[in-house]
Design a protein around this ligand. Structure first.
Ligand code: GLN
Length: 537
């Protein structure tokens, strides 16, 4: 039977609850425990798939095609434990299922209520992660204690504590201990009130993790311990980290949090081997050089919109001991060929996107990369724009475009599957989740992956139009990867260029700090070479 660990948050949002949960997960994994992590999101959308990146940051995609909260990305990156459709539950999906059951008559005429019907549905979904190969289920509750939407989730996790037995269940509360500069002191009152709110519901936190700007003195810890009713040794401090979020597992492990958990669950395991984390931190703290990467996209103001891309670039840099100098460029800024913005970069990356805003800027950036031998990495929409650029400027197909951008283009080099000459019916409108891809011998990607068949995650509707395969190939673009039967183009490369790779899938979702994705590592290596060439090294 699996044990449960619930992680709630208090006082304010944006404390990094997902990273804290992922870090705890990584420590448990390092102690040889098999874990699963999930996120409960109290908002009413059925999934974040239709939410704007401005609202919700990146949409993370799992192997089984769930469009999920970006915290699942942290979970997979930190722990390696797979996530799936079962790992992200929204209030909307819970209500949806309960109401459907009600319509089908599944409740046999009973009055359908928040407790027990909604709370039972939540508990069932949490328990759905139970399996013989899982020791601990970590469950992060989105939002902040006190939110109206979140209260039924807290009720459900309280009930799990009662039903599974307190020895098998732990509650961690992540709180904020602000430093008030004018008074020159840190304040514990918000934490006290947040824990009081939890206790009102019937949840007694076992561990308090305190996000803080300044280290907590013993007096402050004692105060938190007494007023929040948590043993002194279970008051853990999590100050802002200096270099990287990947320091958090080490910060928490130094305070013995994994031991607290194992003691509570009465599980004995050898100490954690944290050497992979130490190697990662060492590479981040002691870089041997620097690469400047320009990411040309449309949601640049928002740090979270390209979360996995930025993380994967970091991983590529960790692999080559490079410091990442990231320049975020709004694609609209380079429209009308204002490519000066790209002069300083060692590599250009174009991430995924939907809709036509900023497209011409991306096409201009790609042309600049292709013509000036700047390493280029196109992802999803980045591939589609690379094909458009190549068709227009190399193959001479004037006005070539994607039908997503211009429905009546004379050369629909990217289009919906059903618009293709030989219709390939792949079912649902969106190609989502893991698909196998066969790599072409002799290509850069074949060398980087080191194997012929790979699997990567997708989230798109439009595809390279097969009608144009011959035309681009005759002009120096290689089809470097396709679906195993050859039906759909997955990767293109441009010949006679130091590093020009564009992929229809999202490799960023599968990169980890100690296991960097080969394409990101390859891209950073190419950028490093260009940087060295520039500086005459
Ligand atoms: N909008 C494009 C499509 O639907 C690309 C999507 C993406 O970049 N994720 O195919």
């Amino acid at each position: 039977m699996a044990k449960y660990l619930f992680i709630t948050g208090g006082v304010v949002s944006s404390l990094g609850k997902g990273i804290t949960a992922a870090s705890i997960g990584s420590l448990l994994t390092s102690r040889g425990l098999r874990i699963r992590i999930m996120k409960l999101d109290p908002y009413l959308n059925v999934d974040p798939g239709t939410m704007s990146p401005y609202q919700h940051g990146e949409v993370y995609v799992t192997d089984d095609g769930a469009e999920a909260d970006l915290d699942l990305g942290h979970y997979e990156r930190f722990t390696g434990a797979p996530t799936s459709k079962l790992s992200n539950i929204t209030a909307g999906s819970i209500y949806w299922d309960v109401l459907n059951k009600e319509r089908k008559g599944d409740y046999l005429g009973a009055t359908v209520q928040m407790i027990p019907h909604i709370s039972n549905e939540i508990k069932d979904r949490i328990r759905a992660l139970e399996s013989d190969d899982v020791d601990i289920i970590l469950c992060e509750i989105g939002g902040t204690v006190g939110d109206i939407e979140g209260s039924i989730f807290l009720e459900a996790i309280r009930e799990i504590g009662l039903e599974e037995g307190r020895d098998n269940v732990m509650y961690i509360h992540l709180t904020y201990v602000p430093y008030i500069a004018a008074a020159g002191e840190v304040k514990t009152k918000p934490s006290q009130q947040s824990v009081a709110k939890l206790r009102e519901i019937g949840i007694m936190p076992d561990i308090l993790i305190c996000r803080a700007e300044v280290p907590l003195t013993l007096d402050v810890r004692k105060k938190l311990s007494m007023f929040c009713n948590v043993p002194l040794g279970s008051v853990i401090e999590e100050c802002d980290v200096k270099h990287s979020i990947y320091e958090v597992p080490l910060v928490l492990s130094d305070q013995g949090i994994d031991e607290l958990l194992l003691v509570h669950y009465r599980i004995a395991r050898p100490p954690a081997d944290l050497s992979p984390w130490r190697r990662v931190i060492n590479a981040i703290r002691n870089p041997e050089g620097e690469v400047t990467i320009g990411v040309v996209g449309k949601y640049q103001e928002l740090q979270d919109a390209y979360k996995s891309i930025f993380e994967a670039l970091d991983h590529g840099c960790i692999a080559h001991k490079m410091k990442l100098n990231l320049i975020k460029i709004a694609s609209e800024e380079i429209e009308n060929n204002k490519t000066e913005l790209l002069d300083q970069v060692d590599g250009i990356l174009i991430p995924g996107a939907f809709g036509n805003r900023g497209i011409e800027g991306k096409v201009a950036a790609i042309r600049y990369a292709r013509e000036n031998d700047i390493p280029f990495f196109g992802i999803c929409m980045g591939l589609q724009c690379a094909v458009v650029e190549f068709a227009r400027n190399v193959c001479g197909l004037e006005g070539a475009n994607s039908t997503e951008i211009e429905a009546k283009t004379p050369h629909p080099v990217v289009c919906l599957m059903k618009e293709q000459k030989e219709v390939v019916d792949m079912g649902a409108t969106m190609r989502l989740g893991a698909w196998d891809c066969k790599l072409t011998a002799g290509t850069k990607v074949r060398e980087l992956y080191g194997e012929e068949i790979i699997s990567e995650r997708h989230r798109h509707r439009f595809e390279f139009n097969n009608t144009y395969r011959d035309s681009v190939q005759e002009n120096g673009m290689t089809i470097a990867g396709t679906t195993p039967g050859g039906e759909l183009v997955e990767i293109v490369e441009v010949e006679n260029h130091p590093w020009f790779v564009a992929v229809q899938f999202h490799p960023e979702f599968k990169s980890q700090p100690f296991n960097p994705h080969p394409l990101f590592a390859g891209f950073v290596e190419a950028a490093k070479k260009r940087n060295q060439l520039k500086s005459g090294a």
